[in-house]
Write a protein that binds this ligand. Structure first.
Ligand code: NAD
Ligand code: AOT
Length: 313
C-alpha cells in the first residue's frame, strides 16, 4: 500500500518503520527541519526493542508537500493535536478521492478538524496503545507492544476499513475494528488524562508515580470526572475496567518505565502540551452538561503554569 505518514515524530516513526519493514511504500512528511535533515542524511534510526535498526524512508518538508508526486492510498496523521490542522492544510494536494486518512492521536474530538479536509467515508478514527520516544532528530526508541482500534466514520463501516486493518496487521501493528470507538477513545483518554499530566507535573515515570500511596485516590477522582462526562454524552464506559487499565500503567515489567509523551514534550523539550485536548476537553464538556470537574481543571491549570514557567513553545 502507498502510505504517507504525516507527522514523523515518535509515533509516526514507529508506524513508518513497521509498515516499511512489512514492504509497504512509505513516505514521511514533517515540519521539523533538523529531523528532516537527519533522516535524509542517515536514514531513520531506531532502537527497536534493543536492536539498532536503520531504514531509508523518503522524507519531505510539509511546506513542499504540494510538489510531492505520490498517490497515497492511506495517510496516517501523527502530529500533536495543535499541529493537525496545519498538517492537513499542507498535505491537502496529496489527499485524493480514494485516500483514507487514519487518525490515532490522543485526545478527544479530532474528527471535527479532519472533516474539513476529508469526506466522512474516508476518515478512519481510533486510538493506539503503542508507545514511542524521540531521542533526538532522526532517532527513536521503540519498546514494548501495543494495538490499534479504529472505526470508519462513513457509511461503508467495517468494509471501508478492512484493507487498512489488513495492512496494519501485516505489519504486526495489531489492529481491530471497533463498533464503539468513542468508548475506546474515552478509555485511552483516561490513561492520558491521568498519567500524562500527573507524571509531567510530578517529574516521574508511571511506575514511580504508581508506587506513591496517593496514586490510586488521585487517579480515581480524575477518572470519575471522565466517566460522568462520558455518561452525560451517552458513551458507555465501564469505570472499573477503565481504572484497571489505568492502574496497569504502573507495572514496571510492562509499560511503567515509559515517560508519557506530555513529559517528553514539556519537561525534556520545553514544548507546549496537549492538555487542553485531554483534561481540558473534560472541563469544557463538563460545563456544557453541568458536571463539576475540579480535578481536570486543576491539572490543566498546573500544566499550563508549568508550560509558562518553562517558557514552552
Ligand atoms: P511528537 O512530538 O514526537 O511528533 C509530533 C510532531 O512534532 C512531529 O512532526 C515531530 O517532528 C515534531 N517534533 C517533535 N519534537 C520536536 C522538537 N523538539 N522540535 C520541533 N518539532 C518537534 O509526537 P508523538 O509522541 O509521536 O505523538 C503524536 C500523537 O500520538 C499525539 O497525539 C500523542 O499524544 C499520541 N500518542 C503518543 C504516544 C507516545 O508514546 N509518544 C503514544 C500514543 C499516542
Ligand atoms: C501510553 N502513553 O499515550 C500509551 O505517552 O501519550 C502517551 C501515551 C499506551 C499505554 C500507556 C501509556
Amino acid at each position: 500500500m502507498k502510505i504517507i505518514i504525516a507527522g514523523a515524530g515518535a509515533m509516526g516513526s514507529r508506524f513508518a518503520l513497521m509498515l516499511h519493514q512489512a514492504r509497504n511504500d512509505v513516505i514521511l512528511i514533517d515540519g521539523w527541519p533538523d529531523h528532516i535533515e537527519a533522516i535524509k542524511k542517515n536514514g531513520l534510526q531506531a532502537n527497536l526493542n534493543g536492536e539498532h535498526v536503520q531504514a531509508e524512508i523518503p522524507i519531505y518538508n510539509q511546506k513542499a508537500a504540494g510538489t510531492v508526486d505520490f498517490a497515497a492510498d492511506l495517510v496516517i496523521v501523527f502530529t500533536k493535536v495543535m499541529q493537525l490542522d496545519g498538517m492537513l492544510q499542507s498535505i491537502k494536494p496529496l489527499i485524493h478521492a480514494h485516500t483514507k486518512v487514519l487518525c490515532l492521536l490522543n485526545g478527544i474530538g479530532h474528527e471535527d478538524i479532519i472533516e474539513k479536509y476529508v469526506p466522512l467515508d474516508n476518515i478512519l478514527l481510533g486510538n493506539t496503545m503503542w508507545t514511542a520516544e524521540l531521542e533526538g532528530p532522526g532517532k527513536v526508541k521503540l519498546f514494548g507492544a501495543g494495538g490499534v482500534e479504529l472505526t470508519n466514520l462513513g457509511t461503508a463501516g467495517e468494509a471501508g476499513a478492512a484493507a487498512v486493518i489488513q495492512v496494519l496487521n501485516d505489519a504486526q501493528l495489531n489492529a481491530n475494528y471497533s463498533h464503539n470507538i468513542m468508548a475506546s477513545i474515552y478509555k485511552k483518554a483516561c490513561i492520558n488524562g491521568t498519567m500524562n499530566g500527573l507524571c509531567t507535573i510530578l517529574d516521574s515515570n508511571m511506575a514511580d508515580f504508581g508506587d506513591t500511596t496517593v496514586a490510586d485516590p488521585i487517579v480515581e477522582s480524575i477518572v470519575g470526572e471522565f466517566y460522568q462526562v462520558a455518561q452525560a454524552q451517552g458513551i458507555p464506559l465501564d469505570q472499573e475496567d477503565v481504572l484497571a487499565q489505568v492502574k496497569a500503567c504502573y507495572n514496571r515489567e510492562t509499560i511503567g518505565l515509559h515517560h508519557p509523551s506530555m513529559y517528553q514534550d514539556l519537561i525534556i523539550s520545553h514544548r507546549l502540551t496537549e492538555i487542553d485536548y485531554i483534561n481540558g476537553t473534560i472541563v469544557r464538556k463538563g460545563k456544557e452538561h453541568g458536571i463539576a470537574t475540579p480535578y481536570c481543571l486543576f491539572l490543566t491549570q498546573l500544566v499550563h503554569a508549568k508550560e509558562q514557567l518553562l517558557k514552552a513553545k
